[in-house]
Design a protein around this ligand. Structure first.
Ligand code: PNS
Length: 172
């Protein structure tokens, strides 16, 4: 039987910490799915389709192109797991506050559909990296290159360059 793991998240945008967890999870399952889900508790920066595309690019650049990347907006995350035959969710744990945030979700997902959650520790070098930090630094014009894959850095920089041109060009 093929084991299928699902790495869910809002990935807005995907960070080097996410990539680290995804790469570790890839070694544990026959198939790995990365699933982008809208989190209504967070103010979005990128459209969902863009997040999927950036994850695909980042994974291809990292030699992890065999991982399936998609989005899910059709209900509960466990519904996606059941649809594809996955029994395990994988999440990264950076700190005690992550434990507090993730524990209720893991218990609810197990009660809903018997889906277990496996927690992986990212390399401590990524322990302080989060998408919300990246959104804040990017929004204020700072350098996000220590925190994100090259594909994300390039995408954000192109967006900035276009905004800059629009400020100096009457046509925009
Ligand atoms: O990266 P995030 O924002 O911490 O990811 C949170 C996410 C998207 C995994 C979580 O909000 C989620 O699982 N949403 C799907 C809706 C759902 O199934 N909710 C019930 C179980 S928590």
């Amino acid at each position: 039987m093929n084991s299928i793991g699902v790495v869910p998240g809002s990935f807005d945008p995907v960070t080097l910490g996410h990539l680290d967890v995804i790469a570790r999870a890839r070694g544990l399952f026959d198939q790995l799915h990365v699933v982008v889900v809208h989190n209504p508790d967070k103010r979005a920066m990128l459209p969902i389709a863009q997040r999927v595309s950036l994850i695909e690019k980042a994974l291809a650049d990292a030699g992890l192109g065999d991982i399936h990347v998609t989005n899910w907006s059709m209900g509960l995350l466990v519904d996606y797991c059941q649809e594809v035959g996955a029994k395990v969710l994988i999440k990264g744990l950076r700190s005690a506050s992550d434990v507090a945030y993730e524990t209720p979700m893991a218990i609810v997902n197990r009660k809903l559909a018997d889906i277990e959650t496996v927690f992986l520790m990212p390399d401590p070098v990524h322990g302080h990296v989060s998408s919300s930090l990246v959104r804040q630094v990017a929004g204020l014009g700072g350098d996000i290159s220590p925190y994100v894959p090259a594909a994300v850095k390039e995408f954000i920089e192109i967006g900035r360059a276009v905004q800059q041109e629009c400020r100096t060009d009457i046509v925009c």
